[in-house]
Design a protein around this ligand. Sequence first.
Ligand code: NAD
Length: 342
Amino acid sequence: MIILVTGGCGFIGSALIRYLLANTKVSIINLDKLSYAANPQALAQVPQSTRYQFIQGDICDAALLQQIFLQYQPDAVMHLAAESHVDRSINAAEAFINSNITGSFVLLEQARQYWQQQSAKAQRSFRFLHVSTDEVYGDLACSSAAPFTEQSPYAPSSPYAASKAASDHLARAWHRTYGLPVIISHSSNNYGPWQHAEKLIPNTIHKALSGQPIPVYGNGRQIRDWLYVDDHASALYKVLTKGVVGETYNIGGNNEQKNIDVVQAICSLLDELNPKHSPLNPKHSSLITHVTDRPGHDLRYAVNTSKITHELGWQPQQSFDTGLRNTVQWYLQQNGALNMGS
Ligand code: NAD
């Protein structure tokens, strides 16, 4: 099986590629434009093998995509390339419209043209997995409301979520109108090694380690479900290989946490794991600083994962305690390596 992965140098894409190379026999073409969010170092340990090929390029480039489909003849696409940071989408939405909506359109269209030229057998087995987010469902404002299911209506709040929702609609339309074998997944917040420093968990760790104020939006009571990134990678492969064409699958960690509790938990882990190296030994939590809330900030996201659990037999392996400990330990090792190198 040859899989075209888009956005494979990003946080989740690189975890997915490491997972696929370690746990399956698939071959991978990784198409990534290497935006500010990309980190090729996350794939530095990937063995040089005939199973992995990197191509630097943009999913908005139709000619490049056409050439990749013809040259590599992929059996599947796992589409992760996107602008992914909500704050950036609020400050400058255009890049999100370009990559997330136009880019997804160009990719779907090139996939369709390629797919339509395949044999009937190859057409039946081809898959296009569109990787989306739980943020398209919008705000689950009440803390006692039932988590979102795959039937929940779309109500995106941020430009990021709206651009992802738009791309979901395109993917669904390319299935319904042209028959392209599309599956859509909606994951909750991911965390783990190699996440960009702008996101909540790595940002908290970096700020705490350098003795800077740790910003928390508003009162910090926003609730997110947290999924360890390697669990997301295994879920994506499960959905790709066992999911039903035309269906949608929620993927979550069953780990709802308030932002302030996540930040406090990281500070406690740093107090335990890094007491000597902290400028404010030993209470990192004294750095927590509440800042003006993000405009349109959703209070709660949570997904009901019974469909992927019962129909595909997938479950996350990491609890929030083990996943967060792994993550903090990993960033501490990275930090140590950086300090030794500087
Ligand atoms: P990321 O920002 O870490 O990585 C995105 C990658 O896509 C980068 O390597 C970037 O260079 C590449 N890219 C962006 N635009 C491109 C373009 N036009 N052409 C080619 N490459 C391009 O993002 P992530 O956190 O790894 O998220 C991956 C996917 O998963 C996204 O589609 C995102 O919406 C979705 N998702 C993320 C989360 C999360 O918590 N991070 C949760 C649910 C869903």
